[in-house]
Design a protein around this ligand. Structure first.
Ligand code: NDP
Length: 482
């Protein structure tokens, strides 16, 4: 036994993580179901560090120093269960199995329980940053026991991305907490990408700008409070030319957005918790609509009448209009993050995780896909306790959203009038206006529910539950409970 850590699964993520571990002085055992992949890995990267390639899972486990630490990076779902069980059969009490895949947090809770019964530590760990992040420094979100965290900490801190010198890793909480936070991270990523896509659509169809011109606008925006990885890569994609046709690459890519499930889970969990995550939900639905081929072709064949999406913005007002889009984007982005953090807080209560929200914002500042300048400010807001109920209440964000208010409204109204779909912009504004309303039409809904289903309602002027006997003459009200 010579390796202090092992990686199972040498596809894009596992290979990068194994190399990152080796680059930081770890002795790394590597194993992959198909040995050819291990051979390929050793051929290309074997000289980068101290690797111990194994042909079988038995060989892999035997090559690990005790107590053992194995990081699993295989396809989420059944393959992960299979690999974990194979490892567990060969491991001994006190060993740690880390699942770095995109596992559903309920699976992580189940697996942790099963492994704990066998005396093993099981850590579900969110890994963000894609292949490049895994290689050069990901943002890491480990769950699991305090004890396993203490043992993993030095290794994880060495390979994680650094933001202002601080490693982007923190013990999120017990059992499934790490995977839950990673899931919401991905949900926020969906919303962020959709908001950027809506901004692009406004410039492209609304203003008739070219991808190059729009790329330049995103480059400009990246020097503002919107500074983020996603804005940066958007400019890069828009500037790219297709090598076959010479056209902008974005014009030859089929407009069907794919997804692997984490966005959908984020919304499903939010629905279960009763937390509105309208920005994330609209982003997931927008991807769904984009891929509904039959529906979209059918709609095209209908030739529905309506505005043609061209906004009549005079040349001398274009810059002001672009500023409006930037403000609408920023405000909607703040809402999406606020909603994501609300979901994490609600899950923390529901599952008994004590999640440090400022810490979550801090470890998202580098290495991950949603890294952005304003995460510093988000972290400060939670640190000072001003964002406990909503990020929107923290003074900086309150001021920002108020400053963006008029432009945001102009954009949503213009898009509605000219037929440009902006589900994320408009649902975020509706959420904000819902929050601002001291009285919502939910009172009417309670009345309807009481009439057709005797669901009862509460009154504004006294405690208790009430019901109107709608069938009785004079509709008397009865108090159902105190
Ligand atoms: P994939 O999700 O494509 O999985 C491929 C790996 O899983 C291969 O090593 C494959 O082995 C192994 N595998 C599949 N089925 C089994 C099985 N039944 N038993 C044993 N091994 C199996 O790889 P990625 O590197 O893209 O992702 C790894 C994990 O990381 C996934 O859970 C993914 O969701 C997550 N993740 C991915 C990110 C990304 O950007 N790609 C970002 C963050 C997390 P074989 O070579 O034998 O087929």
């Amino acid at each position: 036994a010579a390796a202090n850590v092992g990686v199972v699964g040498l596809a894009a993520m596992g290979a990068s993580l194994a190399r990152n571990l080796a680059h930081h002085g770890n002795k790394v055992a590597v194993f992959n179901r198909t040995y050819a992949r291990t051979e390929d890995f050793m051929e290309h990267h074997g000289q980068e560090g101290d690797f111990y390639p194994a042909r079988t899972v038995e060989e892999f486990v035997a090559s690990l120093e005790k107590p053992r630490t194995a990081i699993v990076m295989v396809k989420a779902g059944a393959p992960t269960d299979q690999v974990i069980n194979e490892l567990a059969d060969l491991m001994e009490p006190g060993d740690i199995i880390v699942d770095g895949g995109n596992s559903f947090f309920q699976d992580t809770i189940r697996r942790e329980k099963a492994m704990a019964q066998r005396g093993l530590h099981f850590v579900g760990m969110g890994v963000s940053g894609g292949e490049e992040g895994a290689l050069n420094g990901p943002s890491l979100m480990p769950g699991g026991s305090e004890e396993s965290w203490e043992r993993l900490k030095p290794i994880l801190e060495s390979i994680a991305a650094k933001a202002d010198g601080e490693p982007c890793v923190m013990h999120i909480g017990p059992n499934g907490a790490g995977h839950f936070v990673k899931m919401v991270h991905n949900g926020i990523e969906y919303a962020d990408m959709q908001l950027i896509a809506e901004s692009y659509d406004l410039m492209r169809r609304g203003l008739g700008m070219t991808p190059d011109e729009i790329g330049a606008v995103f480059e400009d925006w990246n020097r503002t409070e919107l500074n983020s990885y996603l804005i940066e890569i958007t400019a890069q994609v828009l500037r790219e030319k297709d090598e076959r046709t010479g056209k902008p690459l974005v014009d030859v890519i089929l407009d069907h957005a794919g997804m692997k499930g984490t966005g959908t889970w984020t919304v499903q969990c939010a629905l279960n918790l009763g937390i509105p995550v309208t920005g994330i939900a609209e982003a997931v639905f927008a991807r769904g609509l984009s891929s509904q081929t039959e529906l979209r072709e059918g709609a095209a064949a209908q030739h529905f009448s309506g505005p043609d999406a061209a906004l009549d913005v005079p040349a001398d007002q274009r810059d002001a209009f672009l500023d409006d889009i930037r403000h609408a984007l920023y405000a909607s982005k703040i809402v999406a993050y606020a909603q994501g953090f609300n979901e994490i807080a609600a899950a923390g209560k529901e599952y008994g995780w004590d999640i440090d929200m400022a810490g979550v914002a801090r470890i998202w500042r580098a290495g991950c896909i949603i890294r952005a300048r304003f995460l510093d400010t988000i972290s400060d807001a939670f640190e000072t306790g001003t964002a406990d109920v909503s990020l929107l209440f923290a003074p900086y964000f309150k001021e920002a959203i108020e400053r963006c208010g008029q432009p945001w409204r102009r954009i949503v109204a213009d898009c509605a009038m000219h037929g440009i779909p902006i589900p994320c912009f408009s649902s975020s504004l509706a959420y904000f206006d819902g929050l601002r309303s001291t009285r919502l039409p939910a009172a009417l809904i309670q009345g309807q529910r009481d009439l057709f289903g005797a669901h009862t309602y509460q009154r504004i002027d006294m405690p208790g539950a009430f019901h109107v006997e709608w069938e009785e003459p004079g509709h008397p009200e009865v108090q159902v409970s105190k």
